[in-house]
Design a protein around this ligand. Structure first.
Ligand SMILES: Cc1ncc(COP(=O)(O)O)c(C=O)c1O
Length: 407
């Protein structure tokens, strides 16, 4: 699929086959202190190529990708199941509720979608090394893709990232560089790395192909739902890259003439990491101090904040904020009443629906088709249960002990 890049902020178009990151015009000067970065690029697909895709009886994400994905089964990304959580649907009187289980992707998070396309970009351009910064999941996903395809991965992470996520990347064979600093610090250092030592940089939103890869979820949903879309999609948001990817997938389907209308997209953030939500509410793109326990969505200065705010508006969606307590409650409820075990960031999407349940029923009626994007498996961060849930004490190996335990 042929494509060009277009700047989200100034609209400048760039027609090139070379790797591009942010818009040179918008990043010539550093952003004003305390405000969101400008200059994220959008990948615009060639309209004639899109028209050809539209003639197909079934489409797949690969029809909409700017680079070919070779050997798809080497690193099989996509076709994640849909769960219809009957008990929760009854409890909240939302029969049209369903979950998209991206926790089932190869490395256990949504980030495999972006990593698949970045690996394809590297392979298409004959590049062997990929560097990135991550709060954990993107790193694990890229390291997983690196192991599958034989690519070298250099990963900068805040040293406080959950140990399971870091360990995953080490086990996949990546070069892991823990940084005594925040995710934003790791982000900046990884850019220094690629500028000095080469390789493709996969930083979320910095490389526009991350958003492009993430759009695959929407194309998949379209086919899974019998060539229709949900009415409302709830997305957990940190940097705003997944959100932009979800929008882009539906946008491309619309551009191809396969759907008439985009679903409403809801940005869900923790009140303790709400930069994008605040920006949507107030119109001011201000950095916040992020302290949420949902580590994957703990972002002070969102790397794709401006585009995310624009897409909330363009999808006629909204932003919902939930407290960390609501997120952790939602996580346990999913586990206990739907058999769905996800990490706190993913549970944030469900917490958003619980928070909005009255509004959803009143605005859209009971039959509204609502999708929560569940973006990461619960095994990623077991430490979050410390002090909340503990293992029961062992009993003696005796009949009397069983009788005592259950009498
Ligand atoms: C599991 C999970 N959910 C949600 C997000 C938020 O995505 P974004 O930072 O693109 O908004 C992330 C990002 O790391 C994640 O790993």
């Amino acid at each position: 699929m042929r494509f060009t890049y277009i700047c989200n902020d100034c609209g400048q178009e760039y027609d090139t086959d070379a790797v591009m990151y942010r818009c040179p015009a918008c990043t010539a000067e550093a952003p004003e202190f305390g405000t969101f970065q400008k200059g994220n690029l959008i990948v615009r697909l060639n309209p004639e190529d899109l028209a050809l895709v539209a003639c197909k009886e079934h489409v797949s994400m690969y029809d909409f990708f700017p680079y070919p994905v070779v050997d798809q089964e080497v690193y099989p990304v996509g076709n994640t199941p849909i769960v219809r959580p009957r008990r929760l649907a009854q409890k909240y009187k939302l029969p049209g509720l369903f979950f998209k289980m991206d926790s089932a992707l190869p490395s256990g998070s949504f980030k495999d979608r972006a990593s698949q396309l970045i690996a394809a970009q590297a392979i298409a351009l004959g590049e062997h090394k990929i560097a990135l910064a991550s709060t954990g999941n993107a790193g694990a996903a890229m390291s997983c893709a690196g192991a599958a395809y034989g690519l070298e991965i250099v990963l900068f992470v805040p040293e406080t990232a959950p140990v399971n996520k870091l360990m995953q990347s080490v086990l996949y064979g990546a070069t892991v560089v823990p940084v005594k600093g925040t995710y934003d610090d790791a982000f900046a250092l990884s850019i220094v790395y690629t500028e000095r030592f080469g390789g493709i940089n996969r930083n979320t939103a910095y490389n526009p192909m991350t958003i492009e890869g993430k759009k695959s979820v929407s194309i998949e949903l379209f086919e899974q739902l019998g060539r229709t879309t949900p009415d409302v999609v709830y997305v957990p948001v940190g940097d705003g890259c997944i959100f932009a990817g979800v929008f882009k997938g539906f946008y491309d389907l619309k551009q191809a003439g396969l759907i008439d209308q985009l679903p409403k997209l809801v940005c869900v953030q923790s009140t303790a990491s709400n930069a994008i939500s605040q920006a949507w509410r107030t119109g001011a793109f201000k950095v916040v101090e992020a302290t949420t326990k949902a580590d994957s969505i703990s972002v002070s200065s969102p790397a794709n904040g401006r585009m995310a705010v624009r897409y909330i508006q363009e999808s006629d969606g909204w932003s919902t904020e939930v407290t960390d307590e609501e997120i952790l409650e939602a996580q346990l409820e999913l586990t206990r009443e739907a058999g769905v075990f996800v990490e706190p960031a993913a549970a944030c999407a469900w917490a958003g629906i619980r928070h909005d349940v009255k509004l959803l029923r009143e605005e859209f009626g009971e039959d509204v088709r609502i999708c929560a994007l569940l973006t990461g498996t619960g095994f990623k961060d077991m430490a979050v249960f410390n002090g909340r849930v503990s293992l029961p004490e062992s009993i003696e190996n005796s009949v009397q002990a069983v009788v005592k335990r259950f009498s």
